[in-house]
Design a protein around this ligand. Structure first.
Ligand SMILES: [Zn+2]
Ligand SMILES: [Zn+2]
Length: 711
């Protein structure tokens, strides 16, 4: 499939018992392109930044001769680049998440919309300080005030969640003793409102980069983007450690890696079953878990004081609360074992009871395929491998043909066939062109875009932009996914469009049959896990702070002493000390500025860039161009005013006239006082005065760029 020379080809995967660096490790590391990116070129026009605290709209216009009564806008000089106070950035706001589907959605989004195609060479990485509510010690360390982090010595085991404990996504956890470092997962999360123009947010790996000689392995629990998304961006900086994962995940990683051609091939070690390995000086074991994607695995690090383990993302494919036989077997290895620390996911901890088993969804989909009377279009996440496999299986059973629409869906089906988790008879999958040769009730179209993603297959069908699939009243569209919070409008829009074309819609919200199930454990299953493993210490993870607290509460209720549970923040440093008897959080943190990726550019983002984007989005921009006689300081003609996103000048002729007059008098007065050569001063005072005036007239604080040309 690609030029990877890893262990994929051989039936027996390469065993590595001594860990260490990959043979592919390049000689030079850590040379991200650091573009110097500031808001204003030093010789260019001055840019004015508005005040973050937007006061209420000014009551009534007042004569411009008293501008000092107005709130004073900030000047650039008063706002150094390092100031980030007013970037509104609610990191880790869990309230926007109520289901697990972020990841699956993102899978679709990623592959169909936001693909940074072969752009790695020029990818831009941005970092900015976190801003989080000041809770307890979370705010104790700020950039620049970081205390020295002591190295791990003696019998201590250190655990650092670099991400995933203040948010859904960006999962990455470090486990370290005096000799070795193991890293579990390398996920990212998607942009948020406060980071316009940014595609992904990555965990900060500085702690690891500084200790990369100790990194023995990167374990990847499964192929969702909140566990693999950051990998191409960070793997080189970690010294290309070997990647331990199962087959399907490795194929997904390779597929993704193909879009980053400058990164050396990954060195995979494929894990099967409940395999045991010795990596570095440490015994490691793996176990299978149920999740919405095949080949998901849990990890056990065997310390002298007991096991440190995480199942990663998991649920139970139970029957009335009883796990399947396979699951019982998978977890059997914990029987009678001493579990020192559990790192447990909290995604669905709010949901009571046990989750709907995927098998129920499968039965319903089977029935729907059996009884369908017209063409059926099924929108679902491309990563819902089991569900896709089930639909294809049902189609074969009932003599229907399957059309796959959407690049990520096609990719994933290819990968699943390659991995052997999906077996398809020849002739079952047909192209959309061939659809016309079959009766409509023999056609099932599997499509991406159930979240209303603008460019995904389903939206193209719903807006008549699809070349072959035009929806009509003879079609049924089934949306087999929940709505990710934030996507409500987009989903509503796609449903409206589908309804307009007359097609019938079955959505999981409106349907009384289960056509969708979460991939994550509900409270009931989480409790089951705690009872099964009976860990001594516990760290909740995968979720915003509130979810983690709920999960901690659950552990207390099961009898765990409070001092044995730590709810961390991203980059908290936890340690198991004194021969496995003490579980503590250090007063220092690993570097915790999150890192941002802006698809087409790579380098360091400065806060000022994000701030500009926010201001541009909210208040627009004003450009003033004035031509000045270099000798007498008079303007040669009335200044040109360009406004975007702030005031529609054509409808504000009066305002425009006032602005022109104001700019002219301001510039000429300043030139009269200072002499026309003091252009910087003239520009400063122009943007100051104009900023105050525009604010007083419009209650907006646009970016103001004065350009003064001397002729
Ligand atoms: Zn997952
Ligand atoms: Zn996950």
């Amino acid at each position: 499939m690609n030029s990877d020379t890893g262990s994929q080809g051989s039936k027996k995967p390469l065993r590595v018992y001594h860990g260490g660096q990959s043979a592919y490790a390049p000689a030079t590391q850590n040379k991200p392109t650091r573009a110097s990116h500031t808001g204003a070129p030093t010789t260019g026009p001055k840019i004015k930044y508005p005040d973050p605290m937007r006061p209420q709209k000014a009551q009534s216009p007042t004569p411009t001769s008293q501008p000092m009564q107005r709130p004073t806008p900030r000047t650039q000089a008063s706002l150094p680049n390092s100031s980030i106070k007013h970037v509104k950035r609610p990191l880790g706001t869990g309230d926007e998440i109520e289901d697990d589907e972020v990841i699956e959605l993102h899978d679709t989004m990623h592959t169909e919309q936001a693909q940074p195609k072969a752009k790695s060479k020029s990818n831009k990485r941005y970092s900015m300080p976190r801003s989080r509510p000041a809770v307890g010690s979370a705010s104790a360390t700020r950039p620049g005030t970081q205390k020295e982090i002591p190295e791990v010595t003696g019998d201590t085991w250190r655990i650092i969640p670099l991400g995933g404990v203040e948010e859904i996504g960006m999962n990455m956890t470090v486990i370290e003793n005096k000799d070795d470092i193991f890293v579990i997962d390398a996920g990212f999360r998607f942009k948020e409102e406060a980071t316009p123009g940014v595609d992904y947010i990555l965990p900060n790996t500085k702690y690891l980069e500084e200790r990369k000689h100790k990194i023995r392995a990167l374990f990847i629990t499964h192929g969702h983007l909140d566990h693999i998304g950051a990998l191409p961006y960070i793997i080189e900086k970690l010294g290309m450690p070997p990647v331990y994962t199962r087959n399907l995940t490795s194929l997904m990683l390779k597929k993704r890696q193909a879009e980053f051609p400058n990164i050396p091939p990954l060195n995979f070690v494929l894990i099967q079953g409940n395999e045991k390995l010795i990596i570095g000086n440490t015994k490691v074991q793996f176990y299978g878990v149920t999740h919405s994607i095949p080949d998901s695995m849990g990890i056990i690090i065997d310390t002298p004081y007991g096991w440190i383990t995480t199942p990663g993302d998991f649920k139970l494919d139970h029957k009335d609360g009883i796990p399947t036989e396979e699951e019982e077997t998978n977890y059997q290895l914990f029987d009678g074992k001493n579990v020192l620390l559990l790192l447990g996911e909290s995604t669905n901890v709010e949901n009571p009871g046990f989750s709907t088993p995927e098998s129920v969804v499968h039965e319903n989909l089977d029935e729907i395929v059996r009884t369908m009377t017209g063409r059926m279009i099924m929108g679902m996440f491309a990563s819902h491998a089991f569900r896709i496999a089930k639909v294809i299986e049902a189609c074969e059973k009932y003599g229907k043909k399957v059309v796959i629409e959407g690049r990520s869906m096609k990719n994933n089906v290819d990968i699943m066939i390659q991995a052997g988790v999906l077996k398809v008879q020849k002739g079952t999958i047909i192209s959309s062109q061939e659809m016309a040769h079959h009766a409509p009730d023999k056609i099932v179209v599997l499509a991406t875009g159930a979240q209303g993603d603008e460019f995904a297959a389903l939206m193209r069908m719903a807006t008549k932009q699809h070349k072959y699939v035009i929806l009509s009243e003879r079609d049924t569209v089934l949306l087999s996914s929940s709505i990710i919070p934030g996507n409500e409008k987009a989903v509503q829009k796609i449903k409206d469009n589908i309804a307009r074309l007359g097609a019938r819609i079955i959505h999981y919200r409106t349907s009384d049959v289960f056509i969708h199930a979460t991939g994550h454990a509900n409270r009931g299953e989480i409790e089951w896990l705690h009872k099964k493993l009976r860990p001594k210490f516990f760290m909740p993870m995968h979720g915003p702070h509130y979810f983690l607290k709920m999960h901690a509460e659950l552990a207390y209720n099961l009898g765990m002493p409070k001092e044995n549970v730590i709810v961390p923040d991203d980059c908290s440093i936890l340690e198991i000390q004194d021969g496995g008897t003490k579980f503590v959080k250090l007063p220092v943190k690993a570097p915790d500025n999150v890192v941002m990726v802006d698809g087409f550019t790579v380098g360091d983002i400065q806060d000022v860039v994000l701030r500009d984007r926010q201001i541009l989005a909210e208040d627009g921009i004003f450009v003033v161009v004035a031509m000045m006689n270099a000798h007498n300081g008079r303007l040669i003609k009335s200044p040109d005013i360009i406004s975007r996103g702030s005031v529609y000048l054509r409808e504000s002729q009066e305002l425009l006239r006032e602005i022109r007059t104001l700019v002219r008098t301001t510039i000429e007065q300043a030139a009269y006082q200072m002499g026309p050569h003091s252009i910087d001063y003239i520009k400063d005072i122009t943007s100051d005065t104009l900023g105050k005036f525009i604010f007083q007239e419009t209650a907006k604080r646009p970016i103001i760029i004065p350009v003064v040309l001397l002729v």
